[in-house]
Design a protein around this ligand. Structure first.
Ligand code: ZN
Length: 164
């Protein structure tokens, strides 16, 4: 997997894809690729815009969106869509994480590398199907939301008790 974390691997993948589809090699596409590869976790279009603006590079949302669609077709990134999430998140295919924990209370997403899950998936063989990549989307409650919930539950019980 070491070549997959290498930037050159993705640049070559984009080069090949653009060449095979007769797409133009615009500097914008390579700039967005550079930004995308700079994230070591999931990212949204807003994250990309923020990074670009930090470097005084301005692209319209439409251009960024279309570039991401192109990266998806080129199998460079994939989207992870959580039900109830504010925005679509993306991850680089071949990134170290493969499990994404979504807190349904605050919407936070945590990227996790689960080696047991990888081992399990490596044993899976599906009829007439070749697996390229996979992700596991897990819904639940993060620790800080669970603590807040417990606190408010405790408050309710103590108030009840004081009434007795
Ligand atoms: Zn939370």
């Amino acid at each position: 997997m070491s070549d997959i974390t290498n930037k050159q691997f993705y640049v070559k993948r984009l080069n090949d894809f653009l060449a095979s589809g007769n797409y133009r090699k615009t500097p914008e596409r390579y700039k967005v690729l550079d930004v995308v590869l700079g994230f070591n976790k999931h990212f949204s279009i807003a994250d990309i815009t923020a990074r670009l603006e930090q470097e005084n590079f301005y692209l319209s949302l439409g251009t960024i969106y279309n570039t991401l669609r192109l990266f998806i077709s080129a199998q460079i990134i994939k989207s992870i869509d959580f039900e109830g999430a504010d925005s679509t998140q993306y991850v680089v295919i071949g990134a170290t994480s493969n499990v994404y924990l979504f807190c349904t209370t605050c919407g936070k997403i945590k990227d996790v590398r689960d080696t047991n899950f990888i081992t399990f998936m490596n044993t899976r063989k599906y009829t007439a199907f070749k697996t390229d990549h996979y992700s596991l989307l897990v819904y639940g409650t993060c620790n800080s939301c669970a603590r807040k919930r417990n606190k408010s539950l405790n408050k309710k019980t103590t108030t009840k008790k004081s009434f007795k």
